[in-house]
Each structure stands twice: as structure tokens, then as C-alpha cells.
Design a binder for this molecule. Structure first.
Ligand code: GUN
Length: 285
């Protein structure tokens, strides 16, 4: 039976560290980090994520500013809000929850966010910095995965790493972070042939597919480290991941549960990025 990589415990540690640093920042410089979270429309999953981000801000001592905009918001209206937030010194981080409704082009919005306030690290300037390994912020979900691997002492260097999924939010940056740690990285996706043969080679397997129970035990090498980034729903409404937990946990050495694995880490890393943004904007190391 695999050892669990516990996202609740590890995220609590990261948030406690951020809380203490925030307290010190307030005491020494009178600065309270501020995060603006923008949600457009009524997507129920997005609502849950945004509420979690707000609660985390309170727990670590940040100011949070929520902007809940109606489903029919125009791109021009959202751009105007982003410009206002870019100019507001109380706002150190700006996050526009994705997906946005179809009348809004998410690339245009991401481009409009000031790169120093881009705590998602989605702006092309920040993506480019990640590519060359010279960055201030890392995208929250892949950074959270690295923190979980570190929490149990998994060594990446020299290991075969397979990432299933090639999204800009998870798959591509995840592969880059594993590469920065000297993993030998393969990215698989919907057109990959002989997928199971590739995943069976993985010492570290990261599933970011978005399909419930997609990764089965026959796709996993004995003793592999398995990270599940999925947040999927079964037909009965139950939350599950991309990995068939019951059977894969019999074969893996370490595994993340869903819920309670990568999900809480994403929020904790967002808090860390917002603190970093506040320090950088105020020229504090
Ligand atoms: N939607 C799903 N994950 C994320 C995320 O990490 N950031 C933003 N802004 N939207 C998301």
C-alpha cells in the first residue's frame, strides 16, 4: 500500500509559514499583502475555488478583494477592471478565475494583467521566465506538486517523469519544473500512441487529464510515485481524481488522494506567490 502525500497537512505548513512572514512584513514595514480575485459568471466549481482562495487569504492575514461579475460581462468591462487593479497599490496579486465565458478571450485578459501582479504565472512574460529557470512566481498547481514531492523526500534528478496532459495551466509548466530538477520528462496527451507503455516506464507519474479514473493499475510501474491533479465528478456526483485510487495505491510507493492532495496545495502556493508579489512590489527581499 502506497504512502499518502497529504496535501492538507503540507498546505497547512506552507500557509503557516506565509502567515508568519506576513506578520513580520506588517510589523517591519506596515505592509499587508492584498489579493484580488475576479470571477465572471456562475460556474459552481469556480465558485468553490474562489471561496477557498478567500478563506486562505483570511487565514494568512492578507486582504482579499473579490469581484463577482455577471455572466454577460463584456471583455472591455473586464479589461477595465484589470487596469484598475493593476494601478491599485493595495492589490499585490490579481487572479481572474478561469474559465471565463465565451465572449471573453482569456489570452487577452491574461496579457492585460501586470506581470508583477500575475500570481497565477500565466502571463507570457512569466511563462518565458519559467522556461529559462529565472522566475519570481511559479504556477500554483505545478509548484504545489513539487512541494508535495519534497514533503516526502522524493528525488526527481535522473528519474523518468511522465506528465499526462499538456495544458498551459498544469501539463506544460509541470514538465518544465520536473526538467529543472533534472528529471527525464515525457509529456503525453490525447494523441499519444501506446500511452500505457509510456506511463509504465514512469518513476514519477503526474496525471492532469481531467477524466475520472483514467489511470488504471496496468498503466503504473510497481513502486512509482503517482500524483493526481484531477478534480473530476462521477455520474453520482462524487468527487474523484484522474487516477483509480484503490487499485493504483496497491502498486505505487507514494500517491496523492483526491480530495486532499494537490487541490489544497494550489491555494497554499497562491498565498506564497501573493506574499512574494507584495515583497517585490515594495522592494523587500
Ligand atoms: N481555473 C482552474 N485552475 C485555475 C488556476 O490555477 N488559476 C485560475 N486563475 N483559474 C483556474
Amino acid at each position: 500500500m502506497a504512502i499518502l502525500m497529504d496535501g492538507r497537512a503540507t498546505s497547512a505548513k506552507v500557509k503557516e509559514q506565509v502567515r508568519q512572514e506576513t506578520e513580520a512584513l506588517k510589523a517591519a514595514h506596515g505592509i499587508t499583502p492584498g489579493l484580488a480575485v475576479v470571477i465572471v459568471g456562475n460556474d459552481p466549481a469556480s465558485r468553490v475555488y474562489v471561496n477557498n482562495k478567500k478563506k486562505a487569504c483570511e487565514a494568512v492575514g492578507f486582504q482579499s478583494f473579490e469581484y463577482a461579475l455577471p455572466e454577460d460581462t463584456t471583455q472591455a468591462e473586464l479589461l477595465e477592471l484589470v487596469e484598475t487593479l493593476n494601478a491599485d497599490p493595495k492589490v499585490n496579486g490579481i487572479l481572474v478565475q478561469l474559465p471565463v465565458p465565451p465572449q471573453i478571450d482569456d489570452k487577452t485578459i491574461i496579457h492585460a494583467i501586470s506581470p508583477d501582479k500575475d500570481v497565477d504565472a500565466f502571463h507570457p512574460a512569466n511563462v518565458g521566465k519559467i522556461m529559462i529557470g529565472d522566475y519570481a512566481f511559479l504556477p500554483c498547481t505545478p509548484a504545489g506538486v513539487m512541494e508535495l514531492l519534497d514533503s516526502v523526500g522524493v528525488e526527481v534528478s535522473g528519474k523518468r517523469c511522465v506528465v499526462i496532459g499538456r495544458s498551459n495551466i498544469v501539463g506544460k509548466p509541470m514538465a518544465m519544473l520536473l526538467l529543472h530538477r533534472s528529471g527525464t520528462v515525457t509529456i503525453c496527451h490525447s494523441r499519444t500512441q501506446e500511452l500505457a507503455a509510456i506511463t509504465r516506464e514512469a518513476d514519477i507519474l503526474v496525471a492532469a487529464v481531467g477524466k475520472a479514473n483514467f489511470v488504471t493499475a496496468d498503466m503504473v510501474k510497481e513502486g512509482a510515485v503517482v500524483v493526481d491533479v484531477g478534480m473530476d465528478r462521477l455520474e453520482n456526483g462524487k468527487l474523484c481524481g484522474d487516477v483509480q485510487f484503490d487499485e493504483v495505491s496497491e502498486k505505487a510507493s507514494y500517491i496523492t488522494p483526491v480530495p486532499g492532495g494537490v487541490g489544497p496545495m494550489t491555494v497554499a502556493m497562491l498565498m506564497r506567490n501573493t506574499l512574494t508579489a507584495a515583497k517585490l512590489q515594495n522592494h523587500i527581499q
